[in-house]
Design a protein around this ligand. Structure first.
Ligand code: NOJ
Ligand code: CA
Length: 555
């Protein structure tokens, strides 16, 4: 039976992307910061691994208050990353190897150092004043200090409103005060942003990852977030009024029409608060808004069962109507192996089980750099070693609230975004092959033994497990387009079938997502045609800890 998913094959449904955090990937010129020539120098590594495309976190001019997610010139490469010529060289290197490129674009906000904001800020009558969200102070306190327009909390802490003393109004910043939010209600703002996307498409991008794209529309009238009973927090999470607001779909449709329609460009939104209940509104084939969305359920999951149930719900809601993505982590999250695996006792087995899950679903997988090496969370010795603005702000909030410095450090270490951002270890040299200079963020000591050079030729390495699974996904298109059919209720053991597709056979996957042995969940195949097993051979009487097996489904 033909799979319902095969209705409209597309390159981005078949692709596996690898996310690069450019600052931390490879430094080519010894300034301690990863850069574009560094990425170009590693294209054979990526080709050999077997991914089909890259997503680059921002590479544009930026004061780096939030590591490039605060853009001061959308069309210029940040000097620390190189030049436009370096970008073209990277693009040529990718094309030569048949690899695609998607760029990160941050259209919700700019840097406060962007020329648009400088002009907007210059006076209340500036021609670009309404390009950002400016509001009067509704009141002043007894000392004459202004009171913010509402109780929205910035994602990075404190009020989402910043008082501009020169022009005596507040501007909105859902992230840091150096990231003012653009006002999408203004048609010229939207047009200017579409031009940015078109320029980069003209320069060779195959698509875009669109940062917090469902935050671009703000609630009309900027209402207060209702206060939960008993809450004394001065500012409250703005989720309800900063995300998924009504004009969002008009804006996304217009953007699609202006930039994407009639082209092969791919769009994937960073879309918090989008899940099984509403993803079709954004990604349905008939909607003409986004091709795909990222789903953040992995942030709340602790077990394989929860991953499975979340994915299955999404699949049931979208089967044949839209195409999913799957990720285990990114530059904003903890390392997936530390969250979902057992690196202390079963490093290889648990990392390769996670790879098996990621690469056997009807969705576009996104690997985050270092997952293929089995990198874990790590702890820098002092707060001074951390660079992530969210980590540093939170640490100071905790200390100000009376926590001991040691306690505050212990707490922020766990969730710090620098867990995923430590420079990639390429070899055993003192700079780990990342740089010859002290890196912008220290090498994580815990990562040193797992450097790439030690793994790429080792048949038993995590890198090799990833590359085998990537090759299998390419060979067995049923792993892309075949229907997804659970074989048993998910527990510690997950088992599912991927339906046949064209001349590719149906395939079964069995995963023991935990550190204890388990019985086989289904009848073991009589003469199993084994496609992949992460413990070497398979003993069909029971599953070993973190065992992951893929075999051709019995007729
Ligand atoms: C989401 C990005 O992934 C994150 O790194 C950034 O801080 C915020 N958006 C703001 O742009
Ligand atoms: Ca550099």
């Amino acid at each position: 039976m033909p799979s319902p998913l095969a209705e409209s094959p597309a390159w981005w449904k078949e692709a596996v992307f690898y996310q690069i955090y450019p600052r931390s990937f490879a430094d080519s010129n010894g300034d301690g910061i990863g850069d574009l020539p560094g990425i170009t120098s590693k294209l054979d590594y990526l080709r050999r691994l077997g991914v089909d495309g890259l997503w680059l976190s921002p590479i544009y001019a930026s004061p780096n208050d939030d590591n490039g997610y605060d853009i001061s010139d959308y069309l210029a490469i940040g000097p620390e990353y190189g030049t436009l010529d370096d970008f073209h060289a990277l693009s040529r290197g990718l094309k030569k190897r048949g690899l695609r490129l998607i760029l990160d674009q941050v259209l919700n906000h700019t840097s406060d150092e962007h020329a648009w904001f400088r002009e907007s800020r210059a006076s209340q009558t500036s021609a670009k004043r309404d390009w950002y969200h400016w509001l009067d102070a509704p009141a002043f306190d007894k000392e004459g200090r202004p009171v913010p327009p509402n109780n929205w909390r910035s994602v990075f802490g404190g009020s989402a409103w910043e008082w501009d003393t020169a022009t005596r109004q507040y501007y909105l910043h859902c992230f840091s005060r150096k990231q003012p939010d653009l006002n999408w209600r203004v048609p010229d703002v939207r047009r200017a942003l579409y031009d940015v996307l078109k320029t980069w498409a003209g320069r060779g991008a195959d698509g875009f990852r669109l940062d917090v794209i469902n935050m671009i529309a703000k609630a009309e009238g900027y209402p207060d977030v209702p206060r939960p009973p008993g809450s004394t927090e001065p500012f409250l999470n703005l989720d309800e009024y900063g995300v998924n607001q009504p004009p969002i779909h008009e804006y996304l449709r217009e953007m699609h029409q202006e930039v994407f329609s009639g082209s092969d460009l791919y769009s994937v939104g960073e879309t918090w608060w989008v899940g099984a209940h509403n993803t079709l509104d954004f990604t349905g084939y008939d909607r003409r808004e986004l091709n795909a969305a990222f789903y953040f359920y992995f942030h709340d999951c602790t077990s394989g069962r929860e991953h499975f149930e979340n994915f299955h719900k999404l699949y049931q809601a979208t089967r044949g109507k839209s195409w999913l993505t799957v990720t285990l982590g990114n530059h904003d999250s903890r390392r997936s192996l530390s969250r979902f695996g057992d690196a202390a006792n079963f490093r290889h087995a648990s990392a390769s089980l996670l790879a098996t899950w990621l690469l056997t679903l009807p969705a576009t997988p996104f690997l985050f750099q270092g997952e293929e090496l089995g990198l874990t969370d790590h702890a820098y010795p002092t707060i001074a070693d951390y660079r992530d603005i969210q980590t540093i702000n939170r640490y100071h909030e905790l200390v100000a609230a009376g926590h001991l410095a040691e306690q505050a450090l212990a707490e922020v270490r766990i969730t710090s975004r620098d867990n995923g951002r430590a420079p990639l270890p390429w070899d055993s040299s003192s700079g780990a092959g990342f740089s010859t200079a002290p890196p912008w963020l220290p090498i994580a000591e815990a990562h040193r033994p797992f450097h790439a050079a030690g793994q790429i030729h080792d048949p038993g390495s995590i890198y090799t497990a990833y590359s085998r699974l990537l090759a299998l996904r390419k060979r067995m298109r049923s792993l892309v387009y075949g229907d997804f059919i659970p074989l048993a209720d998910p527990g510690q053991v997950l088992s599912y079938q991927r339906g046949a597709w064209e001349n590719h056979p149906a395939v079964r996957v069995v995963l023991n997502w935990g550190s204890s042995p388990q019985p086989w969940p289904c009848d073991p195949p009589a003469a199993p045609a084994l496609l992949h097993a992460n413990h070497g051979g398979v003993d069909y009487s029971h599953l070993r800890p973190w065992e992951a097996v893929i075999f051709v489904a019995p007729e």
